[in-house]
Design a protein around this ligand. Structure first.
Ligand code: 8NA
Ligand code: MG
Ligand code: MG
Length: 324
């Protein structure tokens, strides 16, 4: 049982990196969908010609978040803020959202004394509702695996508030965390009960996408790509990207013969913010299928998969030692 759970932790963090690296190849917020045929030309053939597929901000921030939780044995706002900002100052080439660098500069100027202060000032005091805190929240679900759902939700909220204080930004992070948490408890050999999955999540979210179950039903009953896109959106805001990632996972993984690759390819076909939707769907699906079922060829080509694998083991060992 313990090997099985370790395999899921690994699948989760490595799956998130794969979705980010492959998604980065397609990112174009002006597009409404990409045909699966076109996606697969890259994901099944052309990627092999690349030397390496680079990760973006999604992976960079996920790493920092997990490292901070591990080094502090829990949440330390000053430390997490410092890791996010220093990672950005060390490497600004990772395609960060348009406004989040303002937060990093203000954090640094104030020597990280008020980790939520700069985020609170974003967008005239309304806070960011971008998907940037949902895209990096995955380690929270692993770290709190043996703790109450309430504790998991509180930790997700705290990690979000360092850059994203708008309710939609926070709820997006909670939703993604809950999807990973739920996926961790499932067995890929058994039928995936889409509605039980959604019911559990909805109790712990405020107003984010209460329409999600209705939309999922419609999506499963044969909406075409453009209809799905307008039902969920595919953009850089949390209320679009997170439901899109959850929908992509549920619609594909519920069919027994589908694989991790099918989930990612479908997520990328939604177009738009593909690295982020891909990374979030990759975390949920990687967790569901487990590391041993992830495509080896993809793992070899993507930057950062070894780090994610090792970090998953550290999180697993931490959880086993502290929360037995
Ligand atoms: P963010 O906090 O800058 O939010 C992203 C964007 O959402 C902002 O730049 C605004 O346009 C908009 N936004 C958020 N909150 C508000 C608000 N209260 N009022 C008005 N507009 C708002 O950054 P983030 O960390 O949330 O980043 C999200 C995405 O950006 C990620 O998917 C990431 O991959 C990245 N991204 C970067 C590029 C690039 O080329 N630099 C392109 C697409 C996405
Ligand atoms: Mg990105
Ligand atoms: Mg993105």
């Amino acid at each position: 049982a313990s090997d099985r759970l370790r395999n899921k932790f690994r699948g989760c963090l490595v799956g998130a990196v794969l979705g980010d690296c492959f998604g980065a190849n397609f990112e174009d917020t002006a597009l409404r969908f990409i045909s699966l045929e076109k996606v697969r030309k890259f994901t099944r053939e052309r990627y092999q010609k690349q030397e390496v597929l680079l990760y973006t901000n999604d992976t960079a921030m996920t790493r920092s978040l997990a490292d901070s939780l591990l080094s502090n044995g829990g949440f330390n706002g000053t430390d997490m803020a410092k890791r996010f900002a220093e990672e950005y100052f060390n490497d600004q080439s990772r395609f960060y959202g348009g406004h989040v660098p303002d937060v990093f500069y203000k954090l640094q100027m104030s020597n990280y004394t008020d980790p939520e202060g700069p985020a609170n000032q974003q967008f005239d005091g309304s806070g960011s509702y971008g998907n940037g805190s949902a895209m990096r929240v995955t380690p929270v679900a692993l770290f709190t695996h043996n703790r109450s759902i309430k504790e998991a939700q509180t930790l997700a909220t705290k990690t979000s508030r360092i850059t994203h204080t708008h309710p939609d930004g926070i709820n997006g992070a909670i939703m993604q965390m809950l999807a990973v948490r739920e996926s961790l408890m499932l067995n890929a050999d058994q039928d995936l009960d889409v509605f039980a999955f959604l019911d559990k999540m909805l109790i712990y979210m405020e107003d984010i996408e209460h329409t999600l179950p209705t939309n999922i039903t419609a999506a499963m009953e044969g909406m075409d790509e453009v209809e799905k896109n307008s039902a969920f959106g595919n953009g850089i805001v949390a209320i679009e990207a997170v439901p899109a990632a959850v929908m992509a996972f549920l619609c594909i993984a519920r069919k027994p013969n589908n694989t991790f690759m099918d989930v990612i390819e479908y997520a990328l076909s939604l177009a738009g913010d593909t690295d982020t939707v891909g990374s979030m769907a990759g975390a949920i699906a990687g967790c569901f299928y487990g590391y041993n079922l992830l495509p080896k060829g993809w793992i070899e080509k993507c930057e950062g998969t070894t780090y994610a694998f090792d970090q998953a083991d550290k999180l697993f060992d931490y959880v086993m030692q502290h929360d037995k």
